[in-house]
Design a protein around this ligand. Structure first.
Ligand code: PLP
Length: 366
């Protein structure tokens, strides 16, 4: 007899992990929206310094990190949640807010973790298609909110499509959402967004106690290997609820120390953003030269439809290109697994990696 698992396990999709983590040669890892730059020197030193004390459990209140975030963003510590990556907070929010009969609204394609929330809790999942510019259609999302809605997810900039919507539109959306509905604004890429200052959305918290800004140290801070994210919240009840449903020590000591140290180096972060914006222009120009028009990116990656030759199957062509790039040691993410067959998502790498990707794609298309 085999082990019998729960209905939730049968529903939860398996995360589409990027392949080839064990490839030995010089691989361009452009599949997971990571930073191509190593963590900052003082951050590495802060992690090294904490290691001699790991016979003790980490601080379950994350006091230093929450204090540092409170100082940085002027949000009270009681309204700051920490997580083992921001996905930890996202999944905890699902557990804290959702149950059978409750509804969850989000755009699609968006972040591949979102479908887990309804699957894990038995709630009803309502996916609202993006508009033709591959942006959230906030009016259409608003139209899906009912008395049963508990949670709305807005990913801005959106993964995998890279597009962002102006904060003014989000502010109008929030004015129209009933206050008992929690809205999580997933801002994993907000530092790369040139449409609005990343600090501007914080002003919305004082007006909307149902708002949660979900952020991470995984992307621009380059700490995804340690797992630490945070949420700036409109009310402290969200923080209490997500802490209730998780184990007490959800954020390890090294991650907490690295995050605290990272917040002391805003200039280095700004320089990284500048390099990402240069990469954005290089990739956009290079793709345009190949006759490809990527979506208007405000993130650290490009998203575009492959030019599928007449008569060829879209999924088959996508596989051919992704396989061809992999054989050249260039790992990107296939759109089919992310909700749009025939599209590719390509993380900005180092200037050399970006050129290598463009040359590789060019050779496969010609
Ligand atoms: C990468 C990413 C995250 C961050 O996940 P972590 O758990 O913090 O590493 C969250 N949301 C989106 C949309 C992402 O792309």
């Amino acid at each position: 007899m085999a082990i019998e698992f729960s209905a939730a396990v049968k529903r939860i999709p398996v995360y589409p992990a990027a392949g080839a983590y064990a490839l030995p040669e010089d691989v361009a890892l452009l599949a997971s929206n990571e930073s191509p730059e190593p963590p900052l020197e003082p951050v590495v030193a802060a992690v090294a310094a904490i290691l001699t004390g790991v016979n003790r459990y980490p601080d379950p209140t994350n006091a230093k990190l929450r204090g540092a975030l409170s100082d940085r963003y002027d949000v009270p510590v009681s309204r700051i949640a920490i997580g083992n990556g921001s996905c930890d907070i996202l999944l905890a929010a699902g557990e804290a807010l959702l149950e059978p009969g409750a509804e969850l609204v989000y755009a699609w394609p968006a972040f591949s973790v979102y479908p887990h929330l309804a699957a894990a809790t038995g709630a009803t999942d309502i996916r609202v298609p993006l508009n033709d510019a591959q942006e959230h259609d906030l009016d259409a999302m608003l139209a899906e909110i009912t008395a049963a809605t508990r949670l709305v997810l807005v990913c801005n900039p959106n993964n995998p499509t890279s597009t962002a919507i102006p904060l003014d539109d989000i502010a109008r959306f929030l004015d129209a959402v009933p206050k008992h509905v929690c809205v999580i604004l997933d801002e994993a890429y907000c530092e790369y967004n040139t449409l609005d200052d990343p600090d501007a959305s914080i002003d919305l918290l004082s007006k909307h106690p149902n708002l949660v800004l979900l952020r991470t140290f995984s992307k621009v801070y380059g700490l995804c290997g340690l797992r630490v994210g945070y949420a700036l919240c409109g009310s402290d009840t969200f923080v209490t609820a997500v802490n209730q449903v998780r184990q007490p020590f959800f954020c390890n000591a090294a991650a907490q120390a690295a995050a605290v140290e990272s917040l002391r180096h805003g200039d280095a972060v700004a320089a990284r953003v500048e390099r990402a914006v240069v990469a954005r222009i290089e990739l956009e120009d290079g793709l345009n030269d190949l006759g490809i028009a990527p979506a208007a990116s405000q993130a650290n990656f490009a998203w575009f439809d492959l030019p599928v030759p007449d008569g060829q199957d879209t999924t088959e062509f996508e596989r051919e290109i992704v396989t061809g790039l992999t054989e050249q040691g260039i790992l990107v993410r296939a759109g089919g697994a992310l909700g749009r067959p025939g599209a590719l998502r390509v993380t900005y790498g180092t200037p050399q990696q970006n050129q290598r990707f463009l040359a590789g794609l060019s050779s496969l298309l010609s």
